[in-house]
Design a protein around this ligand. Structure first.
Ligand SMILES: [Zn+2]
Length: 515
């Protein structure tokens, strides 16, 4: 069967989703999970766009060995140089170059003639090929480009040293029939096409990203670009899990295979959802909470008699566990360690001790500790590496339906001194946030607040996500605790500390470019 390479761009295109800003530890954690999932290529970022992106691409290239790591670059020398510095220590240095090829982009955005675009593309590919073993070249807005021109520029960049040609549907405009025809056209009209592999990259503006990706594969694409949970610019990218499972379930039809470990899908989806704050809808294919729930009586009856009557994907295939109790109050250190290692924990002994302590605290309050709980505790530890300039020490809330709600908070300030404040609010969370704001040096505008329980049951862990504008920066934060009020305070301070850290490392969030 034909092997399809999976190119994951969660950390580049996915990270361009509105409201998503991952820090260094979070990007690292996602990259390690993508490696476990078995993706062939990880696009780790855009090294020339900011110091933060540069550092994380470099660290991921140095750490991840099971997947090839790449970074995005415009067709200019300074971007290629930045990409080389970030990626040269990777096992297989790989760059992703792009330039727009559609009439509207060339005329209005680039302000270049088609001939100038070819010249620039060739020049940048030659320069990149003098360093990188693998040069992927993308024709931005390929689906709205003139096909004969596209064929001409593709031939020219192959001659210049490109090894992969990507034809993106940048604006989510194409249809399955059209994209299949585009790939077939290039196969027939580009003389050197057999020297390279072809890649597809689709956006979901018309809800056809996955269908278009599959049609492109039928038209001759050997590589598919996608993101976990389909996150990305605007309506997002084609979602990895849907493509992976479609290719697997419909092997009879597509006659292709991927190297993905499908049972890592659910965990990857949960991790990305948690760290980005992008919630997965219940009805989302493959990874939604209801994807395997049979509600109608006729369906339930059928499934009881024979699962295959209404179930084409088994939950086990994509790693959805029954989530039964795994550990309890009396579980020992050894059982605990074995379990977290099974869940993929690879951190330090100190982190392991901290998770064990958090586990014991939770086990005092919650009878059954599930895999999801353990996973939440693990993630808190491994990616909670923010320096805490503001640190919550004590929180007390007075609530009554006929009372003025008051919060009293003791907090360690960046100066090291400990301060106490109290404020009121129309609800408990508002009282807490009003109090916290008094302790900060700048006002906060809360943009979003969401709460979720990690597992079912009255004693579940609470997961709070906030997005705020603080010091002129939009930042998000998360907090997990057994109590919703404590989780709310933690999420708020997490967002504040992230903003301070980001400013401190002077990360310049400039040109996030769309491909
Ligand atoms: Zn894109």
């Amino acid at each position: 069967m034909r092997k399809i390479s999976v190119f994951d761009t969660t950390l580049r295109d996915g990270e361009q989703s509105a409201g998503v800003n991952l820090n260094f530890e979070e990007k690292m954690e996602i990259a390690k999970q993508l490696e476990r999932l078995g993706v062939d290529i990880i696009e780790a970022g855009f090294p020339a766009s900011s110091q933060g992106d540069f550092q994380s691409v470099k660290a991921i290239a140095e750490t991840v060995k099971g997947s090839s790591v790449t970074g995005l670059a415009r067709s200019v020398q300074k971007d290629i140089d930045a990409a080389w510095e970030a990626l040269k220590s990777a096992e297989e240095p790989r760059i992703h170059l792009f330039i727009a090829t559609s009439p509207i982009h060339m005329e209005h955005k680039l302000r270049m003639t088609p001939e100038q675009v070819i010249e620039k593309a060739v020049e940048s590919v030659k320069y990149a090929a003098s360093r990188f073993k693998h040069v992927q070249w993308s024709a931005e807005d390929a689906s709205r480009s003139d096909f004969p021109f596209l064929a001409q520029i593709i031939e020219a960049v192959i001659q210049a040293g490109a090894t992969v040609i990507n034809l993106p549907d940048t604006v989510g405009y194409t249809t399955p029939q059209e994209i299949k025809r585009m790939f077939q056209y290039m196969k027939q009209n580009v003389p050197s096409i057999d020297k390279v592999s072809l890649s597809t990259h689709n956006h979901d503006d018309l809800g056809m990203a996955v269908a278009n990706s599959l049609a492109a594969i039928q038209g001759g694409a050997d590589q598919v670009e996608c993101t976990i949970n389909g996150i990305g610019e605007r309506a997002g990218n084609a979602s990895l899990e849907e493509i992976a499972v479609a290719l697997n379930i419909r092997k009879d039809h597509y006659e292709t295979e991927t190297g993905l470990i499908l049972k890592e899908i659910k965990r990857t989806s949960s991790l990305v959802s948690k760290l980005t704050g992008m919630v997965v809808p219940n009805n989302k294919a493959v990874v939604g909470a209801n994807a395997f729930a049979h509600e109608s009586g006729i369906h339930q009856d059928g499934v009881l008699k024979n699962k295959q009557t209404y179930e084409i994907i088994t939950p086990e295939m994509v790693g959805v566990s029954s989530n039964s109790m795994v550990l309890g109050k009396h579980s020992g250190r050894h059982a605990f360690k074995t379990k977290v290692q099974e869940l993929g924990f690879t951190g330090t002994d100190e982190q392991l001790n901290n998770i064990f302590k958090a586990f014991k605290d939770l086990a005092d309050k919650k009878k059954e500790i599930t895999e999801d709980d353990l996973f939440a505790l693990m993630t808190e530890q491994t990616v909670g590496g923010e320096t805490n300039h503001y640190e919550l020490q004590a929180l007390q809330v007075n609530y009554g339906s006929n009372l003025t709600n008051t919060a009293t908070i003791t907090m360690k300030l960046p100066s090291g001194e400990v301060a106490e404040e109290a404020a009121t609010g129309s609800g408990s969370v508002e009282a807490i946030y009003n109090t916290l704001e008094r302790l900060l040096d700048a006002p906060v505008k809360l943009l979003d607040y969401r709460i979720q329980s990690i597992t079912g049951g009255r004693d579940a862990l609470a997961d709070v996500y906030v997005q705020m504008d603080y010091q002129g920066v939009v930042s998000s934060g998360r907090g997990t605790a057994h109590d919703v009020l404590e989780a709310s305070a933690k999420a708020y301070l997490n967002a504040v500390n992230r903003t301070i850290n980001r400013k401190k490392y002077a990360e310049v969030y400039e040109s996030k470019v769309e491909v």
